[in-house]
Design a binder for this molecule. Structure first.
Ligand code: 4NP
Length: 151
């Protein structure tokens, strides 16, 4: 089983969206049993909070269901096979953690043909753009796993 941990700053917008979107993609392909999928924050700002309502609305609009309670990245998460971050700041913060294996850490959209950060919707409120980036990243990541014989 592959453990995948999606990471962002607060764990109320981008990374829980990625968690639920990736769960949806693998479920639709009947391969959900091959994964342990979760998400976590680099900060403590939003611990205990549900998914931000605008992120939640965007997921619902695209028929993605599920919930998540924000939590901070812990030592167990660092044992994941892949730690997929949303932006350059997340990347920098994760690499500072004690015991981190740099080889496991990737920016989600670096698996796409257009490597980039996931657009941060916190100040723009453009959750649709974040959704599109995340779907693109998750699709490309799954393709990477398949072509590299991870399962
Ligand atoms: P996220 O969004 O990292 O995608 O969950 C944010 C959530 C909270 C804050 C910033 C971004 N904040 O500054 O509290």
């Amino acid at each position: 089983m592959l453990k995948i941990t999606f990471v962002c700053l607060g764990n109320i917008c981008r990374s829980p969206m990625a968690e639920l979107i990736f769960k949806d993609i693998v479920k639709k392909q009947g391969i959900e049993n091959m994964f342990n999928i979760t998400s976590a924050a680099t900060s403590s700002y939003e611990i205990g909070e549900p998914i931000y309502y605008m992120a939640s609305k965007t997921l619902t609009k695209h028929n993605i269901t599920g919930s998540h309670t924000a939590r901070k990245l812990n030592k167990q998460d660092l044992l994941s096979d892949f730690i997929l971050v949303m932006d350059n700041n997340n990347y920098k913060n994760v690499l500072k953690l004690e015991g981190i294996d740099k080889n496991k850490v990737f920016k989600l959209c670096d698996f796409t043909s257009n490597p980039r950060e996931v657009a941060d919707p916190w100040y723009t409120h453009n959750f649709e753009k974040a959704y599109e980036d995340i779907v693109d990243g998750c699709t490309a990541f799954l393709h990477y796993l398949k072509t590299n014989n991870y399962f």
